[in-house]
Design a protein around this ligand. Structure first.
Ligand SMILES: Nc1nc2c(ncn2[C@@H]2O[C@H](COP(=O)(O)OP(=O)(O)OP(=O)(O)O)[C@@H](O)[C@H]2O)c(=O)[nH]1
Ligand SMILES: [Mg+2]
Length: 383
């Protein structure tokens, strides 16, 4: 025992505890260290850890002896604002601070242009906005608050038309109005957040009483399927999976078949990440979509593209290519809590006329929510 502990301490670089005569001290230091480790694990961001523990491993008797500390309730608006705070301070806040009601100097004008072109909003919107701001800045009362109002309306005007008729069934399950099996295919480039988003979505929908079937169509990586299985087990959703390397279209087909047999309310299909520039992989995705029609002529009801908000300008190209192949019905912006400038959302929504259906601002279930344009713009502009 002593030898094992000595080896552990030596391995982690703690010297001077090699005297086996100090048995009690050594053992107690070891257990205090061990206890400290577990304590700090608990005190850390529990939401991330919770996500990774399968329900079967969560033991009833592992609850702490003390009375549970009530978690501070954070509203979605606060979460959103916190998530978008970097975009706010790095771009939109800096821009607003330039307007003091005194007009713009040449240097300031250059700064406006630089900030806008760096904000990932795309050249067309950036130049429209620059022109409008030059005009506005000539007004003596165009200060920071007036700037926020102006920008709110400018962005809203461009994004609102796509958001007029968003399918509320996507995030609100109402058993009395819900009809049939809603088939939702989730696509995107590698690592955008597809699997995590499906896990969160399945959790939210089952929590509202919906019966959910998930198809693990990313058959390239067994680890990805296991990751999804953990989410589905915890959510109480049925998952259809196949051996690594199986035909992804077949998994989608089987998942939909199962969903239809069960009379499930939702069938969510996870797909393997792929670059929008890889033609063969895009064609394969198109086939996975088409094969669903053999079971339900209207399937899929939705094809949602997951976009990592940190991607920047390249997100516009991604969206165009996925839209061309699949006919997107919605977008999901994830990782808006990163150093995203959040500008690409404006261009994509406007140019493709496709709404943002969900927004993710972190890794926990509570960090994903349906997209509300007013709330989003208010958080982005700190208005
Ligand atoms: N900070 C943050 N991280 C996120 C968010 N959404 C997903 N992630 C993280 O992004 C990483 C990749 O997520 P996945 O869900 O595996 O991405 P994917 O698109 O399925 O990846 P592939 O299947 O490999 O293409 C994981 O570590 C997630 O926890 C978000 O909104 N914010
Ligand atoms: Mg995945």
């Amino acid at each position: 025992m002593i030898e094992i502990i000595q080896n552990i301490y030596q391995a982690i670089g703690v010297e001077g505890i090699a005297n086996s005569g100090d048995v009690i001290g050594l053992v107690s230091v070891f257990f205090v260290t061990l206890a400290g480790f577990f304590h700090s694990s608990k005190a850390g961001p529990t939401k991330t850890i919770e996500n990774k523990v399968p329900p079967s491993e969560v033991k009833e008797d592992s609850a702490p002896a003390q009375a549970p500390v009530k978690k501070e309730e954070i509203t979605w608006q606060q979460r959103l604002k916190k998530g978008l705070s970097r975009s706010q301070s790095q771009v939109w806040g800096k821009l607003g601070a330039l307007f003091s009601g005194q007009g713009l100097s040449d240097d300031q004008l250059e700064e406006v242009e630089e900030l806008l072109y760096g904000a990932d909003i795309g050249p067309k919107v950036a130049s429209e906005l620059t022109e409008a701001l030059i005009e506005k800045s000539k007004q003596p009362d165009f200060n920071e608050e007036a700037f926020k109002d102006f920008l709110f309306n400018f962005l809203k005007e461009r994004m609102a038309p796509a958001h007029e008729n968003v399918d509320t069934d996507l995030y609100e399950f109402n058993s009395s109005t819900h009809k049939g099996t809603k088939v939702i295919m989730i696509v995107g480039v590698n690592g955008a957040g597809k699997t995590t988003t499906i896990g969160k979505l399945a959790t939210k929908l089952t929590a509202q009483g919906a019966n959910v079937v998930v198809g693990a169509c990313d058959t390239f990586r067994a680890a990805a399927v296991d990751q999804l299985q953990v989410w589905c087990d915890r959510a109480g959703a049925t998952m259809i999976r196949a051996k690594e390397g199986s035909n992804p279209s077949g998994v989608g087909y089987d998942a939909l078949q199962m969903a239809l047999n069960k009379g499930a309310d939702y069938c969510l299909l996870d797909t393997a990440g792929r670059l929008h520039t890889k033609d063969n992989l895009m064609v394969e995705l198109g086939k996975s979509k088409e094969v669903l029609k053999k079971l339900d002529a209207n399937a899929p009801d939705h094809v949602l593209l997951v976009i990592d908000a940190i991607t920047g300008q390249n997100a516009i190209r991604q969206a165009e290519e996925f839209h061309k192949t699949l006919g997107l019905t919605g977008l999901i912006f994830t990782k808006c809590d990163g150093s995203s400038k959040a500008g690409s959302a404006v261009s994509i929504v406007q140019s493709l006329n496709v709404p943002i259906t969900y927004i993710g601002v972190g890794e926990s279930v509570d960090d994903l929510n349906s997209f509300n344009l007013d709330d989003y713009l208010a958080a982005l502009l700190d208005r």
